[in-house]
Design a protein around this ligand. Structure first.
Ligand SMILES: [Zn+2]
Length: 401
């Protein structure tokens, strides 16, 4: 009932405001009129109202157009900026990964080189060659569509993350390998140091006399030459350590090149050792500065190592005598020879014939009195010859493969 009342009231109101009207026109005395019904009036008024509202909207847009455009532009600009930021972050990460990959590859080459030098066979750890995942940023095979941007980013991130994890795994494997190599070099170094010290040759003194640094110079690790690689975010400690230790080992080996390692008479038996003993003539305790090696008369006596003959000929109690300077603080002396085969000032090779075994000078039987001197002091030839054998083992290691 209420609805019917409402329409009745509305009808009354419309009747009140829009009663049927007549419009009169007079032209040259003729009078005409048009009847304008309620419905036509309502239609015209509604049309007028719509037109007015439309004009208002247009005016508003016209006045505020600039602001609207600016706002839209800002939104676009912001979206662009965000996109660029993500792209830049991605590029940085990619660059970082590229650097790490290059550094790891370089390291791998170094590891390989060290292993080859040690005569060991390398088992490949690196899947670095099949990094076809890793090309330009466009590598993701998804349609160029903004809607897919997020999906692409997700795929890209996943690939990068996988690559990153792979690289970290490789780095860990390398570090473990290098740690083992470090241990190996440590063992060699301490073995050499022990062996030499037992033989009366302190490595420090030997290095000093050989004019070699006890600490390898800090300049030029294995990865310095490769640009940007040192910037890669990797742990370099183990590699640096290995590099310097190996340089130190090489220096020791170089210094040891001067160590007389040849046993002068190949066939012999030891008739008297180095150190305190009763003098065969006076029967009193005295220091024996050498090793007596007995054998057949005229057994060939060879040079203990390469060097220069500093004495050759008669030398008091030593009889016919040869002295060779091997450099870096090493000297050898040979006494009681039956014949001298070299001259003073002559350059000799290791194991070169220098004389024959005899019993000249203060001697009771045919033997070679052999002395090895280091840094101005006599050291035990037996210990040196044993050390020489051990050193030789380490030096030859790379050739045994
Ligand atoms: Zn002797």
């Amino acid at each position: 009932m209420k609805i019917i009342n409402f329409f009745k009231n509305l009808d009354d109101i419309l009747d009140h405001y829009f009663p049927d009207r007549q419009m009169y026109f007079r032209t040259n005395g003729d009078v005409r009129f048009i009847k304008v019904s309620k419905n036509v009036q309502i239609f015209l008024c509604t049309g007028l109202l719509c037109f007015f509202v439309w004009c208002l909207f247009i005016s508003y847009n016209y006045v505020y157009l600039d602001e609207i455009l600016t706002e839209k532009n800002d939104e676009v600009e912001q979206a662009k900026e965000n996109y660029l930021k993500i792209e830049q972050q991605y590029a940085e990460l990619q660059n970082e990964i590229q650097k790490s990959a290059a550094a790891l590859e370089q390291r791998q080459k170094y590891i390989q080189q060290v292993l080859e030098e040690n005569g060991e066979v390398m088992s490949p750890v690196l899947p670095l060659n099949d990094n076809d995942d890793f090309t330009a940023p466009e590598y993701v095979d998804v349609d160029e569509n903004d809607n897919d941007q997020e999906a692409r980013n997700v795929i890209r991130d996943e690939k990068l993350e996988k690559l990153y994890v792979d690289l970290k795994r490789v780095e860990m494997q390398q570090n473990q390998l290098v740690k083992n190599m470090n241990d190996e070099v440590d063992q060699k170094l301490s073995f050499l140091s022990d062996t030499l010290t037992k033989a009366g040759i302190t490595p420090e003194k030997m290095m000093e006399l050989a004019n070699l640094p006890l600490e390898p110079s800090a300049s030029g690790g294995p990865f310095i030459a490769v640009s940007n690689i040192s910037e890669a975010n990797l742990d370099t400690h183990a590699f640096d350590s290995l590099f310097y230790k190996r340089a130190h080992l090489e220096n020791i080996k170089t210094a040891l090149d001067h160590l007389p390692i040849i046993t002068p008479p190949e066939k012999h038996y030891v008739s008297s050792k180095f150190g305190m003993r009763r003098d065969p003539f006076t029967r009193k305790w005295a220091t024996h500065n050498g090793l007596d090696m007995a054998g057949w008369r005229n057994t060939p006596i060879n040079s203990g190592g390469a060097g220069i003959v500093t004495r050759a000929g008669r030398n008091g109690a030593f009889g016919l005598f040869v002295e060779i300077n091997h450099g870096n603080g090493f000297k050898t002396k040979y006494g009681h020879l039956s014949k001298v085969k070299v001259e003073r000032g002559e350059k000799v090779e290791a194991n070169q014939l220098i004389g024959l075994m005899g019993s000249t000078g203060r001697s009771t039987s045919t033997h070679l009195h052999y002395e090895i001197w280091f840094n101005g002091k006599p050291i035990d030839p037996l210990k040196v010859l044993k050390a020489a054998k051990d050193v030789q083992k380490i030096k030859q290691q790379k050739h045994d493969a």
